[in-house]
Ligand binder design. Structure first.
Ligand code: PLP
Length: 436
């Protein structure tokens, strides 16, 4: 496959844009380097690059594009919004419509506030939790990604009783000292951390179903135990559902039928993003009324945004949720994901390549290893070089995956059986080439 234009554009981008990319996850650093593909056009489940090559896309822009690229209903909503003026700096009725749709789908959100990204949403939930509890520390889980604000760019210390160390240059050590990191699916470690630091802990923040070190389900009782331990400690539970809300069903983890006992896994605050903007920039957070009333102008916790609730993003979000609300949409994504994941597993098995697939409805992650993936340590202990080789083989056969062994494959409402057939054919050839 000729990608010479992408290579040329990458050299030019390097001169003007730091690292040639506007988000590090888009670079090919984690898969051996080189020029990322410069895409020119997207429609449905397909991408076309600057050299005219076609790809079947499973990146879905890291999650938001759940209805496929350029979905006509969303495109019309964006055009209509643009024709009416893209930014007002005043309240609009559209914001109420989307807020009501979110509240109906996510019952723990009495009140909502729109922001511009998942990062902002998470960052603000932490501020609100601190304002409400008048405490400063947060507990997070190793390998969960919560955006790039200082406080959540902190890696695990050497155990649950140690404070974090910054994961990024530019994050002061003093900030990392406010974060305690414990392993996902490990209630004992959470309990130990709360016993040691509990009086200072404002909130326990979690991706309730993990999307950032592969797709990882909470083990039975984990979320229930997490909520109980946290609430018994007088701290708030924050669910980061930036990836998971509206991903597996029309709602969030707290109402996901795959998890028992919804009543006891209700968070105080939820952060949203990605899908709820239909592909345009958005974030939102919401939760219990008395907690949300900490936020300005009602309360002392300040949060604002020039672009927040802009008509284009809100219109795209409403249109996207309208598409997802239709009967059978999630079942069909699951059917295709199931076919694809089963086929990949069989193909890898045939070639003696160890592969663990974690599938949750219409999305899944592929881990080159022969053990289950239930936490970050296990996800790290997988063959990154093999993933890189698989990634490149698939790309050369017109299959676009995320360039990282930790990222998920996302099915969309635009994928078809023909896409699955073509992807499985590419995978069979890729595994065959890797095995020789
Ligand atoms: N939280 C989770 C779970 C995410 O996966 C991400 C982004 O991938 C974020 C927060 C940050 O969202 P954004 O990139 O919109 O700032």
């Amino acid at each position: 496959m000729n990608r010479s234009t992408s290579e040329k554009l990458y050299q030019e981008a390097l001169l003007h844009i730091v690292g040639g990319v506007n988000s590090p996850s888009r670079s090919f650093k984690a898969v051996g380097g080189g020029a990322p593909v410069f895409m020119k056009r997207a429609s449905g489940s397909n991408f076309w690059d600057e050299d005219g090559n076609r790809y079947i896309d499973y990146l879905a822009a890291y999650g938001p594009i759940i209805t496929g690229h350029a979905h006509p209903h969303i495109t019309s909503a964006i055009i209509a919004a643009a024709e009416n003026g893209v930014l007002y700096g005043t309240p609009t009725q559209l914001e109420i419509t989307l807020a009501k749709m979110l509240k109906e789908a996510i019952p723990s959100m009495d009140k909502v506030r729109f922001v511009n990204s998942g990062t902002e949403a998470v960052m603000t939930t932490i501020r609100v939790a601190r304002a409400f509890t008048k405490r400063s520390k947060i507990v997070k889980f190793a390998g969960c990604y919560h955006g790039h604000s200082d406080l959540v760019l902190v890696a695990a210390g050497s155990g649950p009783s140690t404070l974090g160390i910054p994961d990024s240059a530019g994050v002061p050590k003093s900030i990392a000292q406010e974060v305690i990191t414990v392993p996902f699916n490990d209630l004992d470690s959470l309990q130990e951390a709360l016993e040691k630091w509990g009086e200072d802990v404002a909130a326990v923040m979690v991706e309730p179903i993990v999307g950032n070190f592969g797709m990882v389900m909470p083990q039975p009782g984990f979320l229930e135990g997490l909520c109980k331990l946290t609430h018994d400690n007088g701290s708030l539970v924050i669910y980061d559902e930036v990836i998971t809300a509206f991903r597996f069903h029309y709602g969030s983890t707290q109402t996901y039928a795959g998890l028992e006992n919804h009543h006891d896994i209700t968070p105080d605050l939820t952060a949203l993003g990605k899908i709820i903007g239909g592909g345009l920039p958005i974030g939102a957070y919401g939760g219990r009324k008395e907690v949300m009333e900490q936020v300005a102008p009602l309360g002392p916790a300040y949060q604002a945004g020039t672009m927040a609730g802009n008509p284009a993003s809100i219109s795209a979000g409403i249109a996207c949720l309208e598409v997802l609300r239709a009967e059978g949409v999630y079942d069909e994504m699951e059917r295709l994901a199931n076919r694809l994941a089963d086929g990949l597993q069989q193909s890898a098995d045939r070639h003696g390549i160890p592969l663990t697939i974690n599938r949750i409805r219409g999305s899944f992650s592929t881990h080159f290893c022969d053990h289950p993936i239930t936490n970050y340590e296990e996800a790290q202990d997988t063959d990154g070089e093999r993933f890189a080789s698989f990634f490149r083989h698939m790309l050369n056969r017109g299959i676009n995956l995320a360039p990282s062994k930790y990222e998920a494959w996302f099915l969309t409402t635009a994928h078809t059986d023909a896409d699955i057939d073509a992807t499985l054919e590419a995978a069979e050839e890729s595994f065959s080439a890797m095995a020789t």
